[in-house]
Design a protein around this ligand. Sequence first.
Ligand code: PLP
Length: 425
Amino acid sequence: MEKKPFATKDQLEAIAAQYPTPFHLYDEAGIRRNMEALRDAFSWNEGYKEYFAVKATPNPFLIKLLHEYGCGCDCSSYTELMLSDACGIRGHDIMFSSNETPAADYQLADELGAIINLDDITHIDFLEETIGHIPETISCRYNPGGLFEISNGIMDNPGDAKYGMTTEQLYEAFRTLKAKGAKEFGIHAFLCSNTVTNDYYPALAKVLFELAVDLQRETGAHIKFINLSGGIGIPYSPDQEPNDIRIIGEGVRKVYEEVLVPAGMGDIALFTELGRFMLGPYGCLVTRAIHEKHIHKEYIGVDACAVNLMRPAIYGAYHHITVAGKEDALCDHVYDVVGGLCENSDKFAIDRKLPQVEVGDLLVIHDTGAHGHSMGYNYNGKLRSAEILLREDGATQLIRRAETPADYFATLDCFDEFSGLSKRS
Ligand SMILES: *Cc1c(COP(=O)(O)O)cnc(C)c1O
């Protein structure tokens, strides 16, 4: 599949004239189309709900856009809960899927009426001591251990993951929670990340549905929902075949009818906590080439760096790059596209074939709509960029301003001799 930016060079230059590069740009039309496809794919399940994984893109404008379609928030920290609350998303519209959870986080989750998803069996007592009771609705996170393999060889290693409870612990947790007054139960599992296959959710569903039938039979706990969590991936590379959410929804429906319906559990609601799939392809990082360098290799230096998009530096992740206005030009040059951190891992692309890049060109780094801006940091005193929403009508809306030096120094404002830094920009 060819990857085309969702904005033209002229559009990008017009935006750059108003908001200096670099910036993250989001595509409202793409987000809505994808959201509608997800909703339709699971419309067969009456209680279906997507809890958007806030950590992927914690921007209130985007969260509210998704909330128009009924999306809740999957939060895992105090500030993510605050953000959800500020968006007007509360109660069972929040799934609190945290781990190594501080007491204050459970307190706030409880105050907001969130569904709490326990990562560990020891959290039953910790939660009860913290909030003074066990909620009537409660969920537990499952980790079957071993390897999780899907038909086409994609696999991940739950046995090596810090999350969730073992099978034995899950049964014990359900019994304990029931004895302590819990009435409605959920099961959650996240076993593979960024799966680019239509088989992951159906395979996961089979494991969880069979488990649910046995758990309910053995413990008498009433299972109300099953949370397939995140993990549906996106094709970062142009040679990958994108997932088809309709096929995924159908695959899950088939397993639901094979396993849950015959067991008399055809009223179970399905939940998802997708992040990457919801926004990944509908955001890009727009950056300008500001230097070229010819030493042992050819380098293009851009005004963004790893603080704006960390995935290549920490995972060696591939992000496709288009030179705006040169979409159809021959890729007859080979470059490393690099940012300005004093870290040699600060490379958006290594040995990448591109058209000839000139200083001043705008580069579009694709698929940064999830786990992009949100993973930003301030190393080398670099500042995080603005986020801009490209509306369906072609207008732009600033949905987060760029950081200024004053933001960077804000945490020194408690010292008189440095407080001036947090006032200057
Ligand atoms: C990160 C995360 C998600 C979202 O994962 P994606 O890969 O963005 O789909 C969902 N749930 C939990 C608990 C997570 O930690």
